[in-house]
Structures are given as structure tokens and as C-alpha cells.
Unconditional design. Sequence first.
Length: 344
Amino acid sequence: MSRVTGIAVIGCGRISRSHLAAVSSQPELARLIATVDSDIGLALDAAKRYGAQVALDSVTDALARDDVDAVVICLPNHLHAPVAIEAARAGKHVLVEKPMADNAADARRMAEAAREGQVVLAVAQCRRHFRAIRYLAEHHAQFGRLISAQVSLGVYWAEAQAAWWREADKASGLVVALNGPHVLDFVQMVMGDDPLRVHAEAVRRNDFWAGEDEAMMLLAYPHKRLASVHLSFNQKPVENRKVLVFERGTAVIDNDTQLTFNGEMLVRQGDDEQRHYLDEAVEFQRQFREFALAIAGEPNHSVSAEEGIRLMRTLDAVHEAMRSGRTVELEGAVKDTESADAVP
């Protein structure tokens, strides 16, 4: 991997800092060409801090640059699909923040644009790049067959963290749309299969945003396996825990960084894994390196567009179950297959 990739980061809001740092801190992989935001002040501030060559307020202008080979999309959820499609049609590789899109139909359109443009489309799932998560992905067979997964991700926000969280048409299913992709991507990774059935309930407890802030879901998988998920924007102290019941015992992952099996410590949190995900975190550096490998056509652990589509199908089912109050059956559940750019 010898060629340095020219990058434009599109969207300079709250999540962009870690992406910008991931690009600018690895000059052997990439050059930060442009920071892009409709608020030119944000773009200028980001360009100054992270050393971008230019700051722009137009996505089209960024995509027209010959020195931009790829884009990192850090925009609000509803803008992921149109900007990713525009970038792919311009011949730019795309790393798009989770969730991949608002729904599976948009995700499929994104993937089709990437295929037609012969570019890489990867989904940013930063938590896959912690050592504990990678260890589990690579060694779970030694624990025996998986029986069930219990995942809880509870945080506390005293107010909306972005303006669009307050808009009903953009913030529907808020906690599911924002934190659901994290936990359901993990469940998808460990299960390998898509769920057969989904039941979900969600409520809104606070009026300072427009979407639901508390949710629970139950998912049934082939071979009599179950997963339960709890999501909260109301939880103090924060909880981030994954409990996996295997035939030979129980694996527990705390804060994505520490893994035990039957009480034995297998992976401890690294000294470099202690930064908050909004604060130039190391998992974003690892994630960007995998994206650079994908662009170079080398084996990598980027989350592929196909995995992203499968996750969006599950999220669509979760939202339907929330709205209808009924259990949703997923048609044509697809079994995971190993590929060069998927986590085994």
C-alpha cells in the first residue's frame, strides 16, 4: 500500500473530530485535502486544526477536485445516502458514518452507485476496531456454539446534542437510529445470520428532542439463538456491556475494551483505548487504516456495503415493530459469508 489517498471529510460536526484526527495522524496513508460543511466557519476551524488544504461549503466543489480520492461522510443520518451516491458517481471511495442510511432501500441504492462507480463503500462501525471486539470475532469458536447475546448501551444526555435531534422528520426512533447501529452491528457480527423475528418497544421520556430515547428489542435467530438489546439516553452512570452465553461458558465485554470468559481476563483495555469516541479516539485511526487497505484492494476488516444493507434490513424491522406494536418477521434472512473485507 504505497499510494497516499486524498481525503475530503464532509460534515464538520460532533463526530468529525475523531475522523479528522484519524486522517491527519496517518500521513503514510492519506492527505487531508478538504474539510466540507454548509457552515463554512466549521469547515474553516476544522481545516486549521487538522491541516486540510482547503475549507469548502459545497460537496459538489469537493467532489470536483482531482486530488480528492475518497470522502468520509459525517453528516446527519438523512444525508448519508444522497451524498454517498453523489460521491460514488463522482468516482470517490466512501466511508460513511453509521447508520449507513435511513433505510435498507437507500442503502441498496448506495451500494449500487458504488458498484457502478467501481469504488469502495464502507460503513464506519468504530467499535469493531477495539482489541476486545476483534479478539472475540477471531476466537469465539473456542467458546463453543453461541446460545444468546444480551447487549446494553445506556448513556445520559441532558439536552439534544445536535439541532436535527429536535426535528420530528429527522429524529424518529432517535436512540435506535443513533445507538442501535452500534449494538445491532455487534449482534449481527456474532450471530452471523440475520434475525428471523424482531420485537421492539420504544418511548420518549424527554421533550427536548423529537424521537424516542428509551428502547428494548428482542431478536430470534436461527438455531434457537436469542438476542436482547437495551438502549437508553437516560442512564446514569453509563453502561456499555455485552454478555454472550456460549456452550462452554459466558463471555462478557465491558466498554468494548475488556473481555472476560468465565471470569478469566482475556483482553484488558489498552492505554490507547481510553479516549471518548468524540475525542480523537484510536479506534477511528484503526478504522481508517482498514478503509485505506480496502481502497488499495488488500485484505481488511472494513464493514462492507453488503453488511451495512443487512443491518439496515434489521433496523427497518425494528422500526416497524416499534410503530406497529407487533412482532416482525424478516423474509429471506441471509446467512453471513466470509469475505476479504468482512470481520470473520
